[in-house]
Write a protein that binds this ligand. Sequence first.
Ligand code: ATP
Length: 513
Amino acid sequence: MANDDQFKKVISHAKEYGYVFQSSEIYDGLSAVYDYAQNGAELKKNIRDYWWKAMVQMHDNIVGIDAAIFMHPTTWKASGHVDAFNDPLIDNKDSKKRYRADVLVEDYCAKIESKIDKEITKAEKRFGDAFNKEEFVTTNHRVVRYQEKINTILKRLGKSLENEDLKDVKALIEELEIADPMTGSRNWTDVKQFNLMFGTKLGASADSAMDLYLRPETAQGIFVNFLNVQKTGRMKIPFGIAQTGKAFRNEIVARQFIFRMREFEQMEMQFFIKPGTQKEWFDYWKETRLKWHKSLGLGEDNYRFHDHEKLAHYADAATDIEFKFPFGFKELEGIHSRTDFDLKQHEEFSGKKLQYFDHEENASYTPYVLETSIGLDRMFLAVFSNALEEEELENNTTRTVLRLPAVLAPIKAAVLPLVKKDGLPEVAQKIVQDLKWDFNVDYDEKDAVGRRYRRQDANGTPFCITVDHDTLEDGTVTIRHRDSMEQSRVKIENLRDIIKNEVDVKEWLMRMN
Ligand code: ATP
């Protein structure tokens, strides 16, 4: 299936099966804002819990907080967001469409990169087992030329953005003859900076109202609480503070479903360390976070690191964990070595000391910070889009199956009476009542059992439990596995253990080791 078609299928499946709805759809929706529906809210919660378990509860030296969305406005001056949280925007004069100038250039480079990929695939076919990829990409003239072109363009873009030379960004777009991807027009306006923060007001009367921002990241709620948590939790460096919560960005272009939203949720952890140890912790968290992702079994080849050449003003090293979404490899999580920038800034703007007294060193210092920051909605999209499959079956039919990792699936089991009579619904209901204490389970008695199986497959439910007439005789049921479609006969009292074995967070997280 073409990637575009696959992505459209993901979006419509998410709606049809009660995962994600357009916000305020009855009023034609609100651009880049989405609501999580009955199954989506459960899946999102399970992802959040999976992160929280691994990050907070399994680390003795990491604690979690829940800071407010509203923060004192000086926070955003100190953090640099008021002055520098900008994206360079460019409008097309003919189509009136608005784009991020840097993304237009990056997409241009991605096209050259796909030419490189094509050359590699061709050569792989030609040389077979003798193919040496590393040698090929460093010696093949065409590939080397393509790569040099990408490097030159990205270097120039990085430099222009760093120097705020927006004229040069426009000149680059013109030199590369980049056209509006929707219409092909090359009639561009100048490039302008656009601040991504949403403003609002606090207070009832117009003259005393205070200008506020909706937080564009959750990290600052952690920095301003650094000392409170360190002191009350008697935390010793190295230690981390984690939180999950909403963030808001007035994104210029937001056309990729829940990948880029204007209201979204982050799961962030700031790890406070001794200055000078940042390289070691950067490597540690790169490895640890990748292991967390891989524990979910979404496919080893679907991840790659993208180390940043152009660093944000606060960072001395940064990398993205990129995931292969239906529209290509894109950032899923950022890992940033933030130095002591944030604490020093808050110290300066608040006039309060934000230092740590190290008993071993018998000295005070401003800790350095290592950040891991992942978008919960992007993680949802990664899990959901990876799971959706049109499977060809042996009898020449297909089935739609949502192979969600069982630990994250919103509904763990559906209990189905074979028929709606002879006391079978009552037995099925009794099983539901028992299993409910441990798992989110569903009861379904409508339609033929085969159709109910298909419905649960498409919904991502790992188990179907069917109650039939034999159940009344011997207390056994049929349990059917979503992925293999295998069925076996088991005793009702064993159901809990069988399900637990497959959905237990511990079992899944142990795969990180
Ligand atoms: P991008 O380059 O895609 O705009 P970013 O580098 O600005 O992302 P960060 O500021 O590092 O993102 O935020 C950390 C994480 O938050 C990202 O890795 C991503 O998963 C998530 N995120 C950021 N912006 C959005 C958004 N508009 N919608 C959904 N998730 C987002």
